[in-house]
Structures are given as C-alpha cells and as structure tokens.
Design a protein around this ligand. Structure first.
Ligand SMILES: NC(=O)c1ccc[n+]([C@@H]2O[C@H](COP(=O)([O-])OP(=O)(O)OC[C@H]3O[C@@H](n4cnc5c(N)ncnc54)[C@H](OP(=O)(O)O)[C@@H]3O)[C@@H](O)[C@H]2O)c1
Length: 292
C-alpha cells in the first residue's frame, strides 16, 4: 500500500512514523524540506522533492496541516497528480464546510475523501493510541481503517464528510472551556490563599475534575513547563470552527462564544508559538495572582 504523508508537524511526524514498515511504502513531503529529509533519513523512507511528486502513485494521501485552508491550497497543487481511485485522508482538524468542498472537488476526479482529525496529543501519536473521528461514506471509512489503525486506537465514523471535523471542533471547545474555567477557579482560590497543588488535589478527587485538571495543570501550570506540543494558535482556530458551526445553526451558545473570544485574545497576547495551556498565564495576569 503506497501512502503519501504531507505535513510532518508536531503530530504529523509521529503519526507518519507508524507507516514506515510493511505493508506500507511511505513517501513524505513537508513544506520545510529539511524536516522531511531528516524524517526520511531516520525512518529509511523517501522524501519527495515536491508535493505533486509525493502523491503521484499513492493509494492513500494523508494531510496533516494547520487548517482546511492550507489543505485546500495544497490540493490545488496536487489535485492533478493524485491517481484516480486513490483516497485523501485529511487528519487536519479542519472545518466541515471546506471538507465538503474538498470532497466534491475530488469526487470529480474519482478520488475518495474522508476527514479524519485526531485527538490524544503528541504522546498518543507516538504511542499509536489516537482517537480518530471520521467523516465520510461508510465504504470510504472502512477502506481507510488499515491506515488509521497504525496510529489510532479508537476509530469512529461520526457521519458524512465534515462530521469528523465537527466532532473535533466541539471536543476542542470543551477542552478550551475546561482549561479556562479551571484556571479561573485556581486563580480565585490562590487569591484566598489556597495553594494550587492542594486545590487541584481536592478537585481531582471530586466532581469538578477534567483531563485538564488531572493532566495538563499538574504538568504544565504547576510545573511552569509549557512543552508546546499543541499550539494555542491551533486551539484558537479550533474553537473558532466550533463558533462558526453554532453561528451557522443560529444556536445560542454563550460558552462556545466566550471560549472563542477568550482564546482569540490569549492567542493575540501570547503569540503564535505559545502552548495551548499557556492561556492560563493570561488569567494569572488579569487576576494579578500566580497559580503554582
Ligand atoms: N499537536 C497536537 O497535539 C495536535 C493534536 C490533535 C490535532 N492536532 C491538529 O493537527 C494539525 C497539525 O497540527 P500540528 O500540531 O502538527 O501543527 P504544527 O506543528 O504547527 O505543524 C503544521 C504542519 O503544517 C505545515 N504547514 C503549515 N502551513 C503550511 C502551508 N501553507 N502549506 C503546506 N504545509 C504547511 C507545516 O510545515 P512546516 O514544517 O514547513 O512549518 C507543518 O508540517 C492541526 O490541524 C492541529 O489542530 C494537533
């Protein structure tokens, strides 16, 4: 099975590393070519000179780029080179409307498409235990399973094209709400003189706990270590997609709207390279208190 993997970023590279052995023949491409060359050297696979060259004889093309915008732009370069009968699996956390446009574009050339964003972070990608949320025709999702199983543990078809993106966007909205609300709670408790480690210990044994309070806060906020495995800029983009979805449905969704505004502000304040959990630094600054 010939696979072309386009986009060796923080999560794309460890995902691609599971496709380097039999029965897969992997070709990689990355915008910054040095990363593709380093990956190819480490894993003994081919780094294509160009994106069209990478996809030219692929059975499966996988994209893992920041957003659907970059996928759509790259598609304009590679569309003519993807063999008819092949499939594009887009693992980008994308937006449903653009994914539907991409699927329609590709269908004209007899290329199948599924959106297949992932969750589980860089650790999950390295371990091959990601959750993969798929949108597409049943037979297309079924066909992609052998590829998705290399890096995914839980693989779920959520509905037609765009459904995977939609579920991912809502998951990210929940993540953003959990991070911000836990940050506010700990900032308030710190103001009252309660140590954040004590507060977190109690919350994590109580009903207010979340993945953020159990894993992200002890490691990143209390540890003052922000490893930048997942950029705040990307979470801002994701919550923006969730907001677009609720706006498109004319739904009153104050939590999602607020999360979108707050993460956009935090992104503006902390810049493009900040880690997603660093949003808590904005809460600390506004509350004039340190959570530690
Ligand atoms: N990191 C995570 O924990 C995580 C978890 C779940 C989902 N995701 C999602 O997975 C996707 C990738 O995230 P990431 O963390 O790997 O991002 P990243 O580290 O910023 O990597 C982005 C990748 O996209 C490439 N790229 C950027 N702009 C491009 C363009 N205009 N044309 C072609 N390639 C372009 C980059 O190439 P260069 O090397 O040249 O910059 C890089 O390979 C995003 O949709 C993100 O939301 C990430």
């Amino acid at each position: 099975m010939k696979v072309a993997f386009l986009g060796l970023g923080a999560i794309g590279a460890p995902m691609a590393s599971h496709l380097t052995t039999d029965p897969f023949t992997l070709t990689v491409w990355n915008r910054t070519r040095e990363k593709a060359v380093a990956f190819a050297g480490e894993h003994k696979v081919v780094a294509a000179e160009s994106a069209p060259e990478a996809v030219t004889d692929a059975d499966f093309v996988i994209t893992c780029l920041p957003s659907s915008r970059e996928v759509s732009q790259l598609l304009s370069e590679i569309e003519e080179s993807i063999p008819s009968g092949a499939m594009l699996i887009d693992c980008t956390s994308g937006d449903p409307a653009t994914s539907r446009d991409i699927a329609a574009r590709l269908e004209k050339r007899d290329v199948a498409f599924i959106d297949a964003p992932v969750s589980g972070g860089v650790k999950g990608a390295v371990a091959g235990t990601l959750t993969v949320m798929c949108g597409g025709k049943k037979q297309n999702v079924q066909r992609a399973i052998p590829v998705l199983q290399t890096f995914g543990k839980k693989i779920v078809r959520c509905g037609d094209v765009g459904a995977g993106d939609a579920v991912k966007a809502m998951n990210q909205a929940l993540l953003a709400i959990h991070i911000w609300s836990a940050g506010e709670a700990l900032a308030a408790l710190a103001k009252l003189g309660v140590e954040s480690s004590v507060a977190l210990d109690v919350i994590n044994g109580s009903s207010g706990r979340s993945n953020s309070s159990e894993n992200l806060f002890p490691e990143r906020v209390l540890g003052r270590k922000y490893p930048r495995t997942f950029k705040l800029a990307l979470l801002d983009k994701d919550v923006g997609i969730a907001k677009q979805i609720v706006d498109g449905e004319n739904l009153e969704s104050p939590f999602i709207e607020l999360a979108s505004r707050l993460f956009s502000e935090a992104h503006g304040e902390l810049g493009d390279e900040a880690d997603h959990v660093e949003a808590v630094r904005v809460i600390e600054k506004r509350a004039e208190v340190r959570i530690s």
